[in-house]
Design a binder for this molecule. Sequence first.
Ligand SMILES: [Zn+2]
Ligand SMILES: [Zn+2]
Length: 317
Amino acid sequence: MESKHVFYPGEPLEPGAMRVTLLGTGTPFPRRGQAAAGMFVEAGSHKMLLDAGPGTPANFTSLEIPFDEVDKVFLTHHHVDHIGGLDQFWIGGWTYGRRRTLRVWGPPGTEDIVGHLRGIYEWDIETRRRVFETLQGSEIEAVDYGEGVLWEEDGIRVTAFEVVHTPPHNTFGLRIDYAGRSMVFSGDTKKCDALIEQARGVDLLIHEAFPPVEVYADKAGRPIELARIIAEQVHTAPREVGEVLAETRPRLGVIYHMYNNDDVIGPALAQVREGYDGRVEIGYDLMVIDIGDEMRVRPAVVSDKPWPVRRDRPAGH
Ligand SMILES: [Zn+2]
Ligand SMILES: [Zn+2]
């Protein structure tokens, strides 16, 4: 089924196109209506996750895509809102159909974190193994990366570049290229030259932003000085996102890592607009972006209570 206005699970990807589905657009503050950070990217025959924050595995399963088709996760950094769903994606993916090793690329320290997860879930895997009688798909492998090309296959290239979030710890943004299409995912960063260089002229730039300082301080009950440090020294203020967009001019800019409340979105967009007149949207969970001749943005219409995908019946049934 294909619709101009909404996306239904199961819609095929056009050859040469890339599709990005926002699995989570929120922050470390857990909210029922907004998962934390996570992007799902489809390019050619490959599917991958960029970050895996809490709440994102449930949004992934609502897309009714077999776990076996997704064996790659690229992490931008190790804050809980970006990795807190990795364990559920790993174990749930194994027990509901992934038969391949889950591969995780992340900044220095990722191998350690994945090693800890193996220890934490040893009991889980051992007990389930006795029931399922297989360990195939329960394996998880990690690679610590630095700047540069992380993975390249079948014309798809994933590149990491260093951004500025919580120095001296390394945090990265990610760029994906496929068939002349390109996207950049900022991860978490303050306004940063390396990102501007990577994102210049891309089709899609997904950039983080924090709510305007005054709004955040008021709503979250933070002292204004602390709010300013969080919103401008650790993250990017909406006004600065406007500046980044003006310098990079992507075909589509999408802002994530926001509190998507009406009283935040209005002031945030107004600030972005001070410096940018191009196409920009506030990202929301299950926003589907097709990167092709046209940049198409649609909300996914999904079941809140999906079943695991069965090979013998199509998605949406
Ligand atoms: Zn972070
Ligand atoms: Zn974050």
